[in-house]
Design a binder for this molecule. Structure first.
Ligand code: AMP
Ligand code: MN
Ligand code: MN
Ligand code: MN
Length: 284
């Protein structure tokens, strides 16, 4: 296995909050020069069979994937699972439970937004939802743009949907222990997604990495769409400090919304061990 590989191990389809189907993502990844791909829908593995088949069709090596929503120290963090058995019953059931509260949360968000003068957002967002079990803030953002309250989805998050804004409804997701346990129990590797995006103090971040390791987590996303060069360097350092494998993924959601396309990322820093070196036996 080569160290330098155009791996993209983080993206979303219509099975969660992306706008492309797994087949379209496989073709786009292949066209962009991706050499190892994973579809990592939020709290959902319903697209894995399609992704495996489409990757095979495109001649693209594939790892199963998911991005699990976790509440840690009252902050939402995302844990990627890679290379697991997607038929594993505990994983399937854990993800089903994690998706469970989204409907109720969406209705509460919609009620709150109606109070600040934006009515009908729940019904409007449903037009963008590809999976009834997975209504997400991204679907809300797309409708709020359509309805003319904002020019782009990033602005919607800043004005309405980010923590502390009028449409933000706190939610309790899976525990870190459970999320890591479901992934590793199904033969996969757990990876902390985009750590540079969380608003954690240095002490909280140290606690996240320490507890993640203690639960059996093995990787951290070093190169990803939301990270810049300072993040690449910082989390490459965390790889040696915490003895973690490094992952790389665009977090691509949509051709019109995402600024990082599939496979269009810098290489991992030379000092790290890529997560795919641990997963060679799990390739499809
Ligand atoms: P949810 O799981 O419903 O809370 O939605 C989280 C998703 O919203 C993330 O995976 C991103 O796709 C999107 N998101 C979160 N924050 C932002 C932001 N500031 N700008 C654009 N999209 C965001
Ligand atoms: Mn998303
Ligand atoms: Mn995420
Ligand atoms: Mn993501």
């Amino acid at each position: 296995m080569t160290h330098i590989l155009n791996a993209d191990l983080h993206c979303h389809s219509v099975v969660s909050d992306g706008t492309l189907h797994p087949e379209e993502l496989a073709q786009r990844a292949k066209a962009n020069g991706v050499e190892l791909w994973s579809l990592t829908d939020h709290d959902e593995i319903g697209g894995q069979d399609q992704a495996i088949a489409a990757a095979r069709q495109a001649g693209l090596p594939y790892l199963t994937g998911a991005e699990v929503s976790v509440t840690f120290a009252n902050v939402t963090v995302h844990i990627l699972g890679l290379g697991f058995d997607h038929a594993n019953p505990a994983l399937v059931e854990g993800l089903r439970q994690t998706r469970g509260g989204r409907e109720q949360r969406a209705r509460a968000m919609s009620d709150d937004l109606a109070r600040v003068g934006i009515p009908g957002v729940y019904e409007g967002a449903l037009k963008y939802v590809g999976n009834p079990e997975l209504i997400s803030r991204s679907h809300f953002a797309r409708y709020i743009v359509e309805a003319g309250y904002s020019t782009d989805t990033n602005a919607v998050f800043r004005k309405y949907l980010a923590e502390g804004k009028p449409g933000y409804v706190p939610h309790r997701w899976a525990t870190l222990r459970d999320a890591v346990g479901w992934i590793t129990g199904a033969g996969g590797v757990a990876v902390i997604a985009h750590p540079g995006r969380y608003n954690l103090t240095a002490n909280e971040e140290f606690a996240l990495f320490s507890e993640f390791k203690a639960h059996g987590g093995q990787g951290v996303e070093v190169v990803t769409g939301a990270h810049g060069p300072a993040d690449y360097a910082k989390y490459a350092g965390f790889c040696s400090e915490f003895d973690l494998l490094a992952s790389r993924g665009s977090d691509f959601h949509s051709p019109t919304e995402s600024h990082t396309d599939l496979g269009k990322l810098p290489d991992l820093p030379g000092s790290v061990t890529p997560v795919w070196e641990q997963l060679a036996a799990r390739f499809h």
